[in-house]
Design a protein around this ligand. Structure first.
Ligand code: DGL
Length: 279
């Protein structure tokens, strides 16, 4: 048993969809959510750059004595999961395998669509994981780089977002998919809009819940679960723009945000405490 916190990180706010699923499934666990808002987006950046950023965040989380790390970002999972696992003394889990497993279970026609950032799609990580889960699947994938800025802006149900979605998803409709993997942790915020564009017969697969379940199983298996703990805490840490993080983050977390601390990974990265700046 351990009451040490779980570290969860993303390039920005999107990974809060995973933090929210963890909060719901594991209310006894303390968490530290790290959003690298100074350097978002990661999607268009090279694998080497994403790996470097991810290592810096892993080091910061390890300095906070986390007992496990959840990479709540598909782009980081695609480029850096193996690298982080090889460096980390605590278990590290990503979001791609849980998402692929859920999609392989959900499709009846065997036709699956995947949308994600440019980096995630270029890495081929999803088709690999999907075909590993079910070799008979037909996979259609597409990078949707405009979705992340639209979500970070809070434009979840905006006309501009709908037009962009129509354009991006046309090939998915042509391919006749019946399951669409939301291969970016920002995209679950677009679910109602994506459902309208794709129609009710297409299941939208969001890896957040599946990832939370994998984390729960892992904690039990390793004897790391917190047990009954009414003192569970939640910290939100960002590298910039705490006010926007708190505002949009509250929407991601059903209106109950935590105060946002700001850290500078170049400066106080190892010192532990961030500056609490908002609210
Ligand atoms: N939320 C991230 C993901 O799941 C990436 C967003 C970005 O930084 O481009 O891929």
């Amino acid at each position: 048993m351990s009451i040490a916190p779980i570290g969860i990180f993303d390039s920005g706010i999107g990974g809060l969809t995973v933090a929210s699923a963890i909060r719901k499934l594991l209310p006894n666990e303390s968490t530290i959510y790290f959003g690298d808002t100074a350097r978002v987006p990661y999607g268009p950046k090279s694998p080497e750059t994403v790996r470097r950023y991810a290592r810096e965040i892993l080091d910061w989380l390890l300095a906070q004595q986390v007992k496990a790390v959840v990479i709540a970002c598909n782009t980081v999972t695609a480029h850096a999961l193996d690298d982080l696992r090889s460096r980390s003394p605590v278990p590290v889990i990503g979001v791609i395998e849980p998402g692929a497993r859920a999609a392989a279970r959900a499709t009846t026609r065997g036709k699956v669509g995947v949308i994600g950032t440019a980096g995630t799609i270029a890495s081929g990580a999803y088709p690999r994981a999907l075909l590993h889960a079910r070799p008979d699947l037909q996979v259609t994938d597409r990078a949707c780089p405009l979705f992340v800025p639209l979500v970070e802006e809070g434009w979840f149900d905006h006309e501009a977002t709908r037009r962009v979605a129509e354009e991006y998803l046309a090939p998915m409709r042509q391919a006749g998919i019946d399951a669409l993997v939301l291969g970016c942790t920002h995209y679950p915020m677009l679910k109602p809009l994506l459902r309208r564009v794709m129609g009710d017969e297409v299941q939208l697969i969001d890896s957040a819940e599946e990832t939370a379940r994998e984390l729960a199983d892992l904690l039990v298996e390793l004897g790391l679960a917190a047990g009954v703990n009414s003192d569970a805490t939640e910290r939100w840490v960002a590298t910039d723009d705490a006010a926007r993080f708190a505002r949009v983050g509250a929407v991601f977390m059903d209106g109950s945000p935590a105060p946002v601390e700001v850290v500078d990974l170049g400066g106080d990265a190892r010192s532990g405490e961030g500056r609490e700046v908002y609210p």
